[in-house]
Design a protein around this ligand. Structure first.
Ligand code: ADP
Ligand code: MG
Length: 320
């Protein structure tokens, strides 16, 4: 069996790009772009709580980094580097090989090299924590507090598929293999639009990545910006994987379903054309799903009128 150092060397040590001192010393080194601000974020994924023990290790590696790139994008930051803290009950070579491939493939694509980490044993199960470092020009970060009344609310991608996949995998919905096949990639292999997030600097006001549910996350923008968010039900891009499900379930999946890892942002109405053009260039689908207004809270307009949007069901780790 590999010892800790051999394991790191074998699975996680790849030559760092020029300008980086990567894995192998007590700290990694790289020079931030002069004059830019550093953006940093960390996430923790625990077996049995954030992922199923039997999930594809390749997809798990991808998702572990993707959820962090999602945070960078939501800040308007561009990726510069990542660090991996990994805790394992035992060394499973096939698992480690696929897991590291999942991380490295996305890291390369995002130009976010893995420059360090820590590896330990944890009898209770796999624990994964990735830290990302990115950068943004001073004053250009997309803050939750920057929305203004009158702003359009935009959303990338579609809603609800990850939530439906999770319900199917947990047996909370009757088995439906076709629907599961359609929805599962959204849950297991999210592709957050991190490049678009950075490109939106100077165009968008506020942004957040949808991880805990649209209403809950948009609620963070509304409260930080001291205004109200009004969502238009007919404008919400429901994933085709929701077709044919009862309306109440589609609503709940779209409004409170988590694990979306798409970008929700606000921007002045006069920038609509620029946003559409930018999204087209980046190959990202965007929809205008509502507007910011004076007031507070998140509201939903549908055929029945306007009322507070249900935030219930949005995932809260310490909730009842
Ligand atoms: P230290 O004891 O000084 O913290 P370690 O022995 O834990 O150093 O790690 C040795 C080197 O390997 C360090 O450069 C560290 O950043 C890197 N490293 C450890 N675990 C990982 C990992 N899972 N992924 C990437 N790099 C890692
Ligand atoms: Mg160490």
């Amino acid at each position: 069996m590999l010892n800790e150092f051999a394991l790191i060397k074998h699975y996680f040590n790849r030559p760092a790009p020029e300008g980086y001192l990567g894995v192998g010393d007590d700290c990694a080194l790289f020079a931030p772009t002069p004059g830019w601000q550093l953006a940093s974020s960390v996430d923790l994924l625990i077996e049995g709580q954030h992922f199923f023990p039997d999930v594809s290790p390749f997809l798990l590696g991808h998702k572990s980094l993707a959820v962090n790139l999602s945070d960078l994008g939501a800040m308007g930051a561009r990726p510069r580097a990542c660090l991996l803290a990994l805790s394992l009950p035992s060394v499973q070579p096939d698992w480690l090989e696929a897991f590291s491939r999942g991380i490295f493939q996305l890291a390369e694509q995002a130009q976010c090299p893995l420059i360090g980490g820590d590896t330990t044993r944890s009898p209770q199960g796999v624990v994964i924590s990735i830290t990302v470092l990115g950068e943004v020009r001073p004053g250009q970060a997309l803050l939750r507090s920057a929305a203004r009344p009158g702003d359009d609310i935009w959303l990338t991608g579609t809603l609800g598929a990850a939530d439906i996949a999770l319900r199917l995998l947990q047996g909370r919905l009757p088995a439906d293999p076709d629907r599961l096949a359609q929805c599962r990639p959204a849950l297991e292999q999210p592709w957050p639009p991190y490049r678009l997030g950075h490109a939106l600097c100077g165009l968008a006001h506020a942004a957040i990545d949808v991880s805990d549910g649209l209403v809950q996350d948009l609620g963070h923008i509304a409260s930080a910006s001291r205004c109200a968010a009004v969502l238009e039900w007919d404008a919400l891009p429901l994933d085709p994987g929701l077709d044919g499900l009862p309306l109440a379930l589609r609503r709940e999946a779209a409004l409170v379903g988590g694990d979306v890892f798409q970008l929700c942002f606000t921007s002045p109405a006069e920038r609509r054309d620029e946003i559409m053009a930018l999204a087209r260039r980046e190959g990202v689908s965007v929809n205008r799903i509502g507007s910011m207004q004076a007031g507070h809270g998140v509201h939903l307009r549908d055929a029945q009128g306007l009322r507070p949007a249900p935030a219930q069901g949005g995932f809260d780790h310490f909730g009842a």
